[in-house]
Design a protein around this ligand. Structure first.
Ligand SMILES: CC(C)(COP(=O)(O)OP(=O)(O)OC[C@H]1O[C@@H](n2cnc3c(N)ncnc32)[C@H](O)[C@@H]1OP(=O)(O)O)[C@@H](O)C(=O)NCCC(=O)NCCS
Length: 288
């Protein structure tokens, strides 16, 4: 049974960014052909799924808006878990079916749970995209207000926290995403840049560690600290903790950071920032 589709504005190369004309986009056509191969995998066990591993398709004729497109897949080769399909697509724009694409798609049968466990890390930590930075700023403010160290009326500091977009050029802003939801962030700042408050030459400073309040005590800050350590390329690390913020102090202690009172920093009267450093190459269990 073919899968039938009609080309709409959402299917064009213009809409998908794969070209700049309003005809059926090749990636959409490939998706329709792949969907036909999924339909053709009709003898899988309930705990199995198939995943596409190779696509080799010629797109022969452009299809205009409104065209009907039929995609067909036929299993032509099976070798254990590997399935190879011959695929074709025809469109009809008035004169009967015309072949618009042909080729092969290979799929591999996997067991759903182990496959997802292998691929789907619950928590992803990566550099933020520019469009995510306003939400990073909001998350910081929310965490700092709900947490330790920031009163609601600290408007000037809230503006600094919110300005993730303005800081992106001089820091590496990491985000933690759990099932795609932004739940944490931290910024890595090289010594010597204006955002670095206490870093000395050869040290990497990190700032603005924040976890969304609904996700506290679930190991997200620990994962962010580990990501910072991974990315510090063996250099010494330094961060500050406002006096009284014991949760943050505990977090850093447990990752090999030690307070260095002689370096404590007083950015404005009545605000004391404790400096914590972590020597390069500290390993868990070793004395700091
Ligand atoms: C501090 C903060 C980043 C911790 O985030 P988190 O994801 O909840 O922390 P984790 O779950 O990874 O916990 C790591 C460790 O931190 C310490 N910790 C975290 N929250 C704590 C709390 N409420 N009380 C005591 N210790 C706490 C513990 O040592 C914890 O380890 P454990 O759970 O094994 O005991 C978070 O509370 C936050 O965003 N606070 C507001 C902003 C802030 O203070 N940032 C730090 C600026 S230096």
């Amino acid at each position: 049974m073919p899968r039938s589709h009609v080309v709409t504005t959402e299917d064009t190369a213009l809409a998908l960014g794969s070209g700049d004309v309003s005809v059926l986009a090749t990636p959409r056509l490939i998706a329709w052909l792949e969907a036909a191969t999924v339909d053709a995998c009709n003898d899988l066990a309930p705990d199995e799924a198939s995943v596409g591993t190779r696509v080799d398709i010629e797109h022969l004729v452009a299809s205009p808006l409104g065209a009907r497109v039929d995609a067909v897949a036929e299993l032509v080769h099976r070798d254990g878990r590997l399935l190879r399909f011959a695929v074709t697509a025809h469109h009809d724009v008035g004169g009967g079916p015309v072949l618009i694409a042909q080729g092969q798609v290979t799929r591999v049968v996997v067991r759903r749970e182990p496959f997802l466990a292998r691929v789907g890390a619950d928590l992803i930590i990566r550099e933020a995209l520019p469009e995510e930075l306003p939400a990073v700023g909001d998350l910081r403010v929310k965490a700092y207000v709900a947490g330790y160290g920031m009163a609601k009326d600290e408007v000037a500091y809230a503006a600094v926290l919110r300005d993730a977009p303005g800081q992106a050029a001089q820091s590496q802003i990491l985000v933690a995403l759990r099932h795609g939801e932004l739940v944490g962030t931290v910024a890595i700042v090289p010594a010597g840049c204006p955002l670095a408050e206490v870093a000395q030459p050869g040290e990497v400073e990190f700032r603005f560690m924040a976890v969304a309040p609904h996700a506290w005590r679930q190991g997200i800050a620990q994962a962010l600290v580990e990501a910072v350590i991974d990315r510090s390329a063996g250099q010494g690390l330094v961060c500050t903790v406002i006096e009284g913020n014991e949760p943050a102090a505990d977090l850093y202690f447990s990752h090999g950071f030690i307070p260095v009172p002689a370096r404590d920093h007083v950015p404005v009267p009545d605000v004391r920032l404790r400096v914590f450093t972590r020597p390069a190459g500290w390993v868990p269990g070793a004395a700091p």
